[in-house]
Write a protein that binds this ligand. Structure first.
Ligand code: NAD
Length: 296
């Protein structure tokens, strides 16, 4: 793939070069075309479409938007989409029963339960009810364990998307000092593991890390997933750094922003928000679903 679609900002960093804008939307679009062809091929060979079931419990507005977008993309890429909406009052037992049915459904290759779930439902139990072979989010301990053991089935979508952005722009983490800010199971930990697998030297920073700047400032690549709007800026990175902003936040005036103050950066390359990591997450969900279907 080429990086011709990348846009360059005129703002120079201290080294005098423009900041390369890592355009996750363009990377996702390019990968989508390839994926559509692969899905068409799968459908022809297997005489069935790969299938993704998306389950949402309750009316959380942000979750509704995410689910709508996932369902739309699933259909657009040529997969079978099963969209199941359940009321906020759904019991844990009923949700588990539904997942068990989907586990046995031969038309379904991936089951995604949109998080967060209502407070009366235990998220861990629900995620673990999904068969790892049908977990395109890569969040079950079955899949996280394989990732840790170096026998990846599918990796969680967001960190996997970050790796694909770097790959697209030929930014190889091998031998680089990488700092991952955040240690969640969904982003930080699998991100660190994928970087390790790519031969980077990895530091994981978190809420109890002392003097964060001391770590980020010396890093070649910084992945920021702290979940804190506009948290880090120009001062926190060196001029040759690659900055990946995973954060997504909606401001009071309904704009989308990240964990990083993108506009002030003087670095080698950075992902914007929106248009950076976000579009890649959904693309990876589609790619992971096909990967699971191909394993059947
Ligand atoms: P989380 O709240 O589970 O984890 C945040 C992590 O940041 C924690 O491990 C915490 O220790 C660390 N942290 C908090 N304050 C810190 C500080 N001051 N210094 C260093 N570390 C600190 O969040 P998450 O689920 O990992 O998501 C992180 C962000 O990424 C959120 O903004 C979320 O919305 C976003 N996100 C985006 C996508 C996407 O598709 N782009 C996907 C998942 C999450």
């Amino acid at each position: 793939m080429t990086n011709q679609s990348s846009k360059r900002y005129k703002r120079p960093n201290k080294a005098g070069a423009p900041v390369l804008r890592l355009d996750g939307k363009a990377v996702a679009d390019a990968r989508r075309k390839v994926l559509q062809d692969k899905i068409a091929q799968f459908t022809q060979t297997r005489q069935r479409k790969p299938g993704l079931a998306v389950v949402i419990v309750g009316q959380d507005p942000a979750s509704q938007v995410y689910v709508k977008s996932k369902v739309k993309t699933t259909t657009e890429v040529g997969m079978l989409s099963k969209h199941i909406e359940l009321p906020e009052t759904t019991s844990q037992a009923d949700l588990q029963k539904l997942i068990q049915q989907l586990n046995e459904d031969k038309t379904i290759d991936g089951i995604l339960v949109q998080l967060p779930l209502p407070k009366h439902i235990d998220t861990t139990t629900i995620v673990e009810t999904i068969k790892p072979e049908k977990d395109p989010d890569g969040l079950t301990t079955g899949n996280l364990g394989l990732l840790m053991a170096g026998r990846k089935r599918v990796a969680p979508c967001t960190p996997q998307g970050v790796m694909k952005i770097l790959e697209h722009y030929n930014l190889d983490p091998k031998g680089k000092n990488v700092v991952v800010v955040g240690r969640s199971n969904i982003v930080g930990k699998p991100m660190a593991q994928l970087m390790l697998d790519a031969d980077a030297t990895v530091t994981i920073a978190h809420s109890q890390t002392k003097n964060l700047k001391q770590h980020t400032k010396q890093a070649d690549i910084v992945v920021v997933a702290a979940g804190k709007p506009q948290f880090l800026g120009a001062d926190d990175f060196n001029e040759n750094a690659i900055v990946i902003d995973v954060g997504i936040h909606r401001t009071q005036d309904n704009k989308v922003t990240g964990d990083v103050r993108f506009k002030e950066l003087n670095v080698r390359a950075a992902t914007p928000v929106p248009g950076g990591v976000g579009p890649m997450t959904i693309q990876m969900l589609m790619e992971n679903t096909l990967a699971l279907a191909e394993l059947t």
